[in-house]
Design a protein around this ligand. Sequence first.
Ligand code: 26Y
Length: 822
Amino acid sequence: DPVREHTRTGLSKAALMQAYIDNLFYIQGRFREVATPHDRYMAAAFTARDRLLDRWLKSAQVFKTTHARTVCYLSAEFLLGPHLLNNLVNLGITRASREAATEMDLDFNAILEEEEEPGLGNGGLGRLAACFMDSLSTCQIPAIGYGIRYEFGIFDQAIEDGWQVEKSDTWLRNGNPWEIPRPKIRFPVLYGGYTQSYQDQDGRARTRWVPDQEIDGMAYDTPVLGYGVGNVNLLRLWKAEASQSFDFQAFNVGDYYGAVHAKIEAETISKVLYPNDEPEAGKALRLKQQFFFVSCSLQDMIRLHLNTVGPLETFADKFVVQLNDTHPSLAVAELMRLLMDEQGMEWEPAWDITRRTFCYTNHTLLPEALETWSVNLFERLLPRHLEIVYEINRRFLDEVRMRFLGDESRVARMSLIAEEGVRRVRMAHLAVVGSRAVNGVAALHSELVKTTILKDFHDLWPEKFHNVTNGVTPRRFMVVSNPRLAHLITEVCGDDRWIRDLGRLRELESHADDPEVQARWRQVKTAAKQDLAVWLRQNTGVELNPAVMFDVLAKRFHEYKRQHLSILHVIRCYQRLKQNPGQEMVPRAFVFGGKAAPGYYLAKLIIKLINSVAEVINHDPQVNGSIRVVFMPDFNVKNGQRLYPAADLSEQISLAGKEASGTGNMKFSMNGALTIGTLDGANVEIREEVGAENFFLFGMTVDEVRQKQSAGYRPWDIYNGDPELKADIDLISSGLFSYGDTNLFRPLTDHLLHQDPFMVLADYRAYLDCQERVGAVWRDPAQWDRMSILNVARMGKFSSDRAIREYAERIWQIEPLPVALN
Ligand code: 26Y
């Protein structure tokens, strides 16, 4: 039926209207008169999905027939954000969809708002994986993203009495129109038990793993379309289910309750995403999760290879597997097991394939964030893998001894097993030894990787080490979230090619001083601030004036990110206004957002402090005309998209050397915010690109941090030597922000005065001075607008398309494979 064909794939307004009505009727089972907002969203989502499927099947066909080399991006997290508008943008049908909605008397924005985002990640690392999926498709690189289909993603954050309260995220409750269940794509995953030696038919010594638990992983596929291309890649997420064979056994012996119990236990494995920065993160379930998705993914690749290409000898030519941090690094041992124990390969060829297959990205230098697993737990859950790790280690350490004769302390440092205290498996070492490339995520970070945590490995294999500076997708973080700005840029640049080729934003440079462009630039920013103000009023009750500077700090809460440095500045502004009411001060709205790990006590106390300071300031008529403070609850991708377009000032104030890259810094700057920041992570490169004169720099360098630390850092002395700093901390201690309770914030103030591991006090004065410079520039709108325009104009480097092209050329050795549109 040609009409039906057109309804499913057509891109015209008429086709979209027809498809919407059709889906509402046949998928949702509703007449238009009784459709709920959610029905309308579902019908719209299926309308977009139909158009993805058409391209997806074509892509799959092209990739299969050409035996395309494929990137497999293994990540425990994919923080995707809402799908609908993003897919409409990539399909190129936003305008037609909007018009279709209008014609049917539907509120397009209300339909978009109805979508609940899949929060399958914590923050930067998970969102990076999602940006990379968008860019892989847009850059036409055949790719599969592999991860876990958590039933509960990152918790929803509510603020009650100023405290963070965690609510469970039930994103699947109303169904997920973007995924396609694949009940036939299912693999067994094994745990526990013991290993045995035996001889195979040819008399060769082999090992057999006799596990005591077997569960199944079932695939759920989400198509990922690139922008303006026919390429669709696959995001394949695994859900844990009771194994059918296990189930059958239990029923056979009449153990009905036992079988049901086993079902529940199996399903636990993909139940919940773990927050990072949890002090007690040594959970057996997390190790089980990691092995679960790694094992399913590798079995899937092997199946695909055997079905399409043939013998496994060419596995590393067909697939390159990128490990997103160490969370999937068990893959090194699991691929060895699958090749040897299941496919009958010998150690040497299996090891050769393994080492040519994997690449590893490091995302942190913080020692407490480097993953290790106790040998005990490892052995209990994965006895065969521990044997393999030991054998990898034995061979590897022999190699180290040959290179560095007699250097046994180096051997101990490099071992895959840490021997101090309880023995632990060092996952980063496993990842480095099992990979052919290792990279950091910003220039500074990659240097520090080579000279600090992985120095010994860099001495051994310098050619393995790379930098690929992170990037973010301009589709979601400009076109989707800031359509007014995108429209203005397209008009000033003359066309919209910048969306796919972000370097073209340079066109804006020559307009940076044009008063007319500046005026429109300012209007766009003010409109976004108005939108945010409306949302914040509705959701927090706090009113903001869109004319004042919006100074925004939004990211996960962690001491190293130093949200408390920012709140000290807020308190300073407050005290200055109180002591000197006539004082000229640039009016500002301080907007905070971010989640703290549920078990991270100090981070949660900092959230409470921000809300307590907000309470006092916002209710003090003497100051609330000049400064206001608001905490945006539940900072996630959707809320981030409200924030980035509305920021005038972006706070990127981590202690130098601690933030691997940061990606929020890029999202803000792309939307015309100026940055106040330290020389940390990608801030360094952002400043290089936009020009030092267009960036508010403050704070110690990595070297200065080191010097101060080795000279013996004494925050107490800084406190006593700076009367304003002392007054700010004393005001917190006084109980002013805690209804007279002088103990509430004691753990925080004491920690700052006596430990201050992230040197908040050391950078306090420099930060305040820098904020003065920010205020001075704000007073000169033409200057501010010029800097804002130049920031956007020079952000080309920070597109994730650039990052993906660098991976493709330097690390993956893979070429684009275009899929024709029609
Ligand atoms: C161990 C497990 C619970 C865990 C889960 C998630 C540990 C860490 C993480 C997440 C780490 C993360 O988000 N790291 C960030 O990665 C970004 C992308 O590279 C960087 O921009 C950012 O600086 C870094 O902190």
